[in-house]
Design a protein around this ligand. Structure first.
Ligand code: NAP
Length: 483
């Protein structure tokens, strides 16, 4: 049994507990072991953290863009220097494989450097006027920005999610998921060393106790939320009730991947398996959890997918050979089992039987074998609801138009993919599918610098690109009469 670390809260330059001294426990989902205690923040802690961020804002926003860029690059260097420590912390706190979190850290540091490189692109414009008049626009920071993050990429969403607000001249207060707070606390420690106190703050704790007062705080005018649709709805309601705030939301998905009869079927099977993100137990917003297959190749494709998925074996996150980790907590573990039961009750054909599985030496871990259901009714719960776990729903179709109708027949619109050799079909699909990102003959990979964001219930706004930086600025238009 390893030592239980008591993580402090960092408020400006001070390390302390929560205001009332309360903590909550963090557990390793692969072993059930208690690994840390974390401050349980409430309104008074939010108040103190936002005050520290407000104080730091003057100093941070007065830096020129190139000075901020230089500091962001140094932050990336400091993260790189501690990459293995960060990845190991996320692995024990979240349960997905260690190597997956190494990739997360690499993705974080290149994105910090990418946003640093865009510092001079935070431009306004000038408009033609008459001889004695000038009209120009400015882009200015909001001040203190709130970032609320989910459990599936704890460090990446905290650190990468701070890059755009910071380069635009804001300071940031992050509220991580109660299930995965540790690497965000470590990020705040590294950020304080490199950027100075208060530029990045963290309030740990629960959504209603720490997240809500952060969103409602009068000095927080901009909120970036990543999480579930119900979470986004709550944040939007709080922000509306507390005054009009700019809120962007990166929310859930039930992403379709369409395979036409003329597709390269080997590539399509790779696309389905990679797109489902089984490595992290499909706990990814972008998981292609609905596979729509043309009738002519349906039987062949389902057999090939079944074979690949049945071979996946969950294992200990720290083991380099692990293909799939543990689910993050008991709630997720029970939710996945509930949906497997729903699939059976709804009469879908069970191609690969999923369910709980014991991993030697990790008997208390939340491990599940993935499930594949075929001939799923497009209107059923299995086809409509985000499971956020390794349960794949396959649906046959006759014509492309039918596939597009099924693809669009859910409340979500995050990503979509198609495998085909028919250029016209690919472009018709890309034009007509209701999703913020579309892949043709590929799945899941984020294209560097491309805007990512959902349609419909999947979100508001776009991230990972220049659009994200602009969204962390306020526009001001200036009219000058110099006659
Ligand atoms: P979640 O339950 O919505 O929680 C997200 C965050 O919101 C957590 O920090 C949570 O705190 C906080 N929160 C909950 N209630 C709140 C409130 N009333 N006010 C302020 N904050 C509140 O989501 P999750 O289960 O962690 O993550 C999974 C979801 O995230 C999935 O739906 C997935 O699709 C989505 N996601 C989307 C993207 C994307 O880019 N589109 C990326 C990753 C994940 P507590 O956990 O402490 O309650």
């Amino acid at each position: 049994m390893s030592a239980v670390r008591e993580w402090p809260l960092r408020v400006g330059a001070e390390e302390r507990g929560s205001n009332d001294g309360e903590t909550f426990a963090a557990h390793n989902p692969a072993t059930g072991e208690k690994i840390a205690t974390v401050p349980r923040c409430r309104e008074a802690d939010v108040e103190a953290c936002v005050a520290a961020a407000t104080q730091a804002h003057g100093r941070w926003s007065e830096l020129g863009p190139l000075e901020r860029a230089e500091r962001l690059n140094r932050l990336a260097d400091a993260i790189d220097a501690r990459a293995e420590e960060i990845a190991r912390l996320d692995a024990v706190d979240n349960g997905s494989p260690l190597d997956y979190f190494r990739t997360d850290v690499r993705n974080t540091t290149w994105q910090l450097r990418y946003f640093a490189g865009l510092a001079l692109e935070i431009k306004g414009e000038t408009l033609p006027g008459d001889r004695d008049r000038l009209n120009y626009s400015l882009r200015q920071p909001y001040g203190v920005v709130a970032r609320i993050t989910p459990f599936n990429h704890p460090f990446m969403f905290a650190a990468r999610g701070s890059a755009a607000p910071l380069i635009a001249g804001n300071t940031v207060v992050i509220k991580p998921s109660e299930h995965t707070s540790l690497s965000t606390l470590l990020f705040a420690e590294i950020a304080a060393e490199v950027l100075g106190p208060g530029v990045v703050g963290v309030v740990t704790g629960f959504g209603e106790e720490a997240g809500e007062p952060l969103v409602a705080h009068p000095d927080v005018r901009r909120v970036g939320f990543t999480g579930s649709v119900p979470g986004g709805q709550r944040v939007l309601a709080t922000a509306a009730a507390a005054g009009i705030k700019h809120v962007t939301c990166e929310l859930g998905g039930k992403n379709p991947l369409v395979v036409l009869a003329d597709a390269d079927l080997d590539a399509a099977v790779d696309g389905v398996v990679n797109g489902m993100n089984f490595t992290w137990s499909s706990q990814s917003c972008g998981s292609t959890s609905r596979v729509l297959v043309a009738e002519a190749v349906h039987a062949e494709l389902v057999a090939a997918i079944g074979e690949r998925v049945a071979a996946l074996r969950p294992g200990p996150p720290e083991d380099e050979a692990t293909m799939m980790g543990a689910l993050v907590n008991q709630l997720q573990y029970e939710k996945v089992q509930r949906y497997i039961a729903i699939g059976r009750e709804e009469g879908a054909e069970e191609v690969v039987a999923g369910g709980p599985v014991a991993v030697a030496g990790h008997e208390r871990g939340f491990f599940v074998r993935p499930a594949v259901f075929d001939k799923v009714d497009p209107g059923s719960r299995l086809a409509q609801e985000e499971i956020f776990g390794p349960v794949l729903a396959v649906m046959p179709f006759a014509e492309l138009e039918e596939a597009i109708a099924i693809a669009n027949g859910v409340e979500f619109g995050l990503t979509a993919g198609i495998y085909t050799r028919d250029l016209g079909a690919a472009h018709r699909f890309a034009r007509d599918v209701e999703a913020g990102s579309v892949w043709v003959n590929d799945s899941s990979k984020h294209f560097p610098g491309a805007p990512f964001g959902g349609w419909k219930a999947s979100g508001l706004g776009q991230e990972e690109s220049i659009e994200e930086i602009v969204s962390y600025t306020r526009a001001k238009n200036v009219n000058v009469n110099f006659a």
